[in-house]
Design a protein around this ligand. Structure first.
Ligand code: ZN
Length: 492
């Protein structure tokens, strides 16, 4: 069962559940104006009997209003509708979706006549994001139990204007949903080669995609990344995406950790919950999703996306604790714990990125440390940066994007935690400040380029729906923040 079809029209479709926004307070928005006069008193009485106050995100189902061909009436709270902004509309539409998706009817018509095209477009985006589900491995019996809602009609004053307003949001949607699909795939389906193939296929969006294999990375001296994949039968890959939208302007760059499965390697993880480690490539998925969004929108920027794809397995050829590897930068690394592999992958990917592309900044995204969840809980990603301006811009972009981030410090005095007795550095720094020492490790490989690291371990996957536009499962976190960042500050 695919996601519901979402169409824009000039009036509600027949034989659907009619959904109307009712704001807070006596005036109650403009919902009543969309009912037949004969229905108004009846609906008013029903709402007051139910104690419905128009609180944003709350939806109440009522029986068919008099004089209407609707199957039912969904009254959805709009809060302060006079000051309804785009983020507010997203919240309303996504909440409405969840309230009606399994109510029994196949169609809902959300009447947004009287609302600006930008708000209509955001409602459409919200429906796309909220109704996402990854059901490609379900048989018919399970598909039949899926939500009953199959068609969403959004009624608006000017379909053409709303469609035009939706165009850039369609690019964003495509990026987010692609990222969610990547993260949702099991590791027997999505491994470095198959992942690289999927990215290669994105050239149709206008991206230029190169794939480096182990022989090419060997030549570049990427032994930090290559060491992680030694125990895997799957060949490690480095995928480089380029979007050229701004002549010869200095590019922005995004780098992602793509550990397609992380057993921990020889420092093997406990069995319980190990299946979650299919999403240890969430950072790379956010980078791919961002590149899709930028290319599909024909964003006027030059952008580089680099993802390091490896599988971390225990095996006779696997890297051992205590091994020393030399990164592309020349820095030697003592691998104390083979489960701290994401930073080993990023070390070479970051160095390669700045060395080849001389970007104006690099941002890496990674499900890097469990310690990040201990520090911030499951609703925030940590941001680490060597550049205050970049960090502030990421903060502003993430706020606008509705994705929570929090800046973390990079205290130089903690560097000694990653000092090694046998090499330049070691790959773990002990329990205190585990996320920070991981970031300090990465900082060794950015060559003083303005850089930020987003540890998205807390937010790449969610076991429950905590935000209406982000259902349970893969979140696609990061795509919205990064596209916002580019559009706000770096687009020409
Ligand atoms: Zn690991």
């Amino acid at each position: 069962m695919p996601q519901p079809a979402i169409t824009l029209a000039t009036k509600p479709a027949a034989n659907t559940c009619l959904a109307l926004i009712f704001g807070e307070g006596e005036t109650a928005g403009n919902g009543f104006g969309k009912l037949q006069p004969t229905a108004v008193e009846e609906v008013k009485a029903a709402l007051s009997g139910l104690g419905f106050k128009g609180v944003r995100g709350k939806t109440q189902l009522l029986s068919r209003p008099a004089g209407s061909d609707a199957l039912a009436l969904a009254v959805t709270g709009g809060g302060d509708v006079a000051r309804l902004d785009e983020a507010g509309m997203e919240m309303i539409a996504a909440s409405l979706y969840h309230a009606v998706k399994s109510a029994g009817f196949e169609g809902v018509s959300f009447d947004l006549t009287g609302y600006a095209p930008e708000l209509v477009a955001r409602a459409k985006l919200a429906f796309h994001l909220a109704s996402y589900r990854f059901d490609k491995y379900f048989g018919q019996a399970k598909l039949d139990k899926a939500p009953t809602l199959k068609n969403i009609t959004i009624a608006c004053d000017d379909v053409k204007a709303a469609e035009a307003a939706f165009e850039p949001l369609a690019a964003l949607r495509d990026g987010i949903l692609f990222a969610r699909d990547l993260v949702s795939e099991p590791a027997n389906v999505l491994y470095p080669q198959s992942y690289a193939d999927r990215v290669k296929a994105l050239e149709s969006t206008g991206l230029k995609v190169e794939v480096l294999g182990e022989a090419e990375m060997e030549k570049l001296g990427m032994h930090s990344l290559l060491g992680v994949g030694l125990g895997s039968r799957k060949e490690s890959k480095l995928v480089i995406m380029q979007w050229h939208g701004a002549g010869d302007a200095q590019p922005v760059a995004f780098v992602g950790k793509g550990v397609t499965f992380d057993t921990g390697g020889i420092s093997i993880k406990p069995a319980e919950g190990m299946e979650d480690m299919k999403w240890d490539m969430g950072g790379s998925a956010a980078v791919v999703g961002t590149m899709i969004a930028l290319a599909s929108r024909k964003t006027k920027v030059n952008a580089i996306g680099i993802i390091g794809l490896v599988e971390n397995m225990p095996d006779g050829n696997a890297q051992r604790p205590g091994d020393v590897v030399k990164a592309m930068s020349g820095t030697t690394i003592e691998v104390i714990n083979t489960d701290a592999e994401g930073r080993l992958v990023l070390a070479d990917a970051l160095w390669y990125c700045q060395d080849r592309f001389k970007p104006q900044f690099m941002i890496d995204l990674a499900t890097l440390t469990g310690a990040m969840i201990i520090a911030l809980g499951i609703d925030y990603a940590g941001v680490f940066s060597n550049n205050d301006e970049l960090a502030e811009r990421i903060g502003e972009a993430s706020k606008a994007a509705g994705e929570n981030t929090w800046r973390m410090p990079l205290p130089p005095q903690y560097e000694k935690q990653i000092d090694s007795k046998i090499a330049d550095i070691r790959n773990i720094g002990g329990r205190p400040a585990g996320s920070i020492t991981a970031a300090l490790f990465l900082q060794r490989f950015v060559n003083n380029v303005p850089w930020a690291h987003m540890d998205i371990a807390p937010v790449a996957w969610t076991n429950e729906q905590r935000i209406p536009t982000v259902p349970e499962g893969a979140t696609g976190f990061g795509v919205r923040t990064l596209t916002q960042l580019v559009e706000r500050f770096y687009e020409h």
